[in-house]
Each structure stands twice: as C-alpha cells, then as structure tokens.
Design a protein around this ligand. Structure first.
Ligand SMILES: [Zn+2]
Length: 286
C-alpha cells in the first residue's frame, strides 16, 4: 500500500518515525509551517523556513520519502502585528524554493481580529505570488493554500470566519486550490459544499478518530477529502493515517477507495503545483 501524508510536522519527529512511515508505504509527506511550542523571533522564523526547505527534505530522502512543505506565520503567533509584518516579508523568497507547495498552515487560533488580519495578508501573498508568474491561460489565481481551523469550541465559529474571509476575496480565490484542515462532523460540509478541499486529522486525544474519519468518508463521500496524522511534538501518532486506512479496509471498502483517499487525492491537490513530482501508482501497489 502506498500513501501520502498531507500534513505532518516531521521537524519534531525522529528518524525512526521517518523509517516507520517509509516501511508502511508512505512515499511523500507535506509539512506545514507551525508553532514551535514557544513564540519565535522573525530571525527564528527564517531559520525554521530554512530547516523546512533545506534539512528536512534531505532527512526524508534517506528513507526514500519525498518531503514538501508550506511556509507561513502560524496563527498562534499572529497577535503581534509588527512581528507578523517582518515574518511575512520573508515569505515570497521561500515560496520560490523547489519543495515549497504554497502558503500554510494559516488560519485562526482564538478567532481574534489580529489573527484575521494576518490570515488575509497571507492570502494576499498567495495571490501576489501568482501575479509574478508569466501571463497565460494556465496561470493559477494564487499559490496553493493550506488552512488550519481552530480547536474544539472555537472550530465552528473559526471555520465560518475563514470561509467568509475567503469569500471576501471574490474571484481572486480558487476553492480547488485551497485545503481546509482539521474538519470534523460539524464543519466538513461547510467546507466541501463550497468547493474547497477538506482535511481530516486523526489524533489520539483530540480531533477525529479513525472510526469517525471513516464515518465522514462514508457520509460525505471521498471527493476532495484527505486524511492526515498531523503528528508533531505533542501527543500524536504518525501512523494514524494508516489506522484510518485499516479501519476503512476492515469495513470492506474497496482498494480503489483507499487508493483515492490516501494517495491519489493528496497527489491531485498537490499536483496543482508544478513543484510536486507525483509517483505513478497502480492499484496492485496498494
Ligand atoms: Zn499542523
């Protein structure tokens, strides 16, 4: 079986985790920029972006995994608008690096006005990136965007705020180029019905479980849906994407569906970026 984990924070994981992923069929991962567990200086972000774009792809390559990443200031550190300005000024250069898929994971944490402002500034950076590309019929409207939705009690309100802000950009936004992550039962339809991609995060102690995720695949359909472990430095489990796949398999879902959700869907979303180098997969590989 071959899989892509579309959201995992490998900077906080060991080589043993990389090996476990490779041994269990992961061929590519994508790593959004996130919170380090403490607030960083703008210089700290520069080092972090170098880590994501220089060191981590080399580490992943040691076990044959392709490593891609996303660049942004995470919502948890968006309260300081002065710092945000300095960090966002660094982003355009990094967006041009060869393994960067786009802007992410941006979003909201506590749904504050400053977080919203910085969210919109990031979306504008994605639009500006496209404006620098050569003109032509195939020029995308903006760089790919990966969005974090808030935890627990803030999730529904935060998801609605994010959708409203995106709507405010009008035709500058292409929902097919935006993945909204950490959806749950009460937010998945809001996201999918508007044409966005939806991501489900499988966590041991919060967010969805493998069982709930498979329920959502069954009730909302596998289109524009991806599954991730989002493993980081907290209580998390890199193989939870696999556990979800196993749950779907045990319920009798065909290989075609497993291949679609756990490999082809993320490959299709990432494939909108010419940075992503897909590996041809046959059904017998699964
Ligand atoms: Zn994350």
């Amino acid at each position: 079986m071959l899989l892509i984990d579309p959201h995992i924070h490998m900077v906080s994981r060991t080589m043993a985790d990389y090996e476990a992923l490779a041994l269990s069929g992961v061929v590519a991962v994508s790593e959004p920029a996130f919170w380090a567990g403490f607030d960083r200086s703008p210089a700290g972000f520069h080092d972090y972006f170098r880590h994501l774009t220089e060191f981590e792809p080399r580490r992943a390559a040691q076990v044959g995994i392709d490593h891609y990443c996303w660049i942004c200031l995470n919502p948890k550190e968006a309260q300081d608008l002065g710092k945000a300005r300095e960090v966002l000024a660094q982003i355009p250069d990094f967006l041009d690096r060869p393994t960067v898929l786009g802007i992410g994971e941006i979003g909201l944490n506590k749904n504050t006005a400053n977080e919203a402002k910085v969210f919109e500034q990031h979306v504008q950076l994605a639009i500006d990136w496209a404006a620098r590309r050569p003109h032509g019929p195939n020029r995308p409207r903006h760089a790919l965007i990966l969005i974090h939705t808030p935890h627990l009690e803030d999730k529904l309100k935060g998801t609605r705020m994010i959708l409203d802000m995106l709507k405010g950009f009008g035709s500058a936004i292409d929902p097919a180029r935006i993945l909204i992550d950490h959806v749950e039962e009460h937010t998945i339809r809001l996201v999918k019905d508007r044409g966005y991609w939806a991501g489900m995060t499988i966590y041991p102690v919060s967010k969805a479980t493998p069982q709930r995720a498979v329920d959502m695949i069954e009730t909302c359909g596998p289109e524009r849906l991806v599954v991730n472990a989002a493993a980081d430095w907290g209580v998390s489990e890199p193989l939870n994407t696999h556990r979800t796949m196993l749950e779907a398999k045990l319920r009798g879902h065909p290989r075609e569906l497993l291949l679609k959700v756990f490999h082809n869907n993320p490959a299709e979303f990432f494939g909108q970026s010419d940075r992503f180098k897909p590996r041809p997969v046959q059904i017998q590989d699964l």
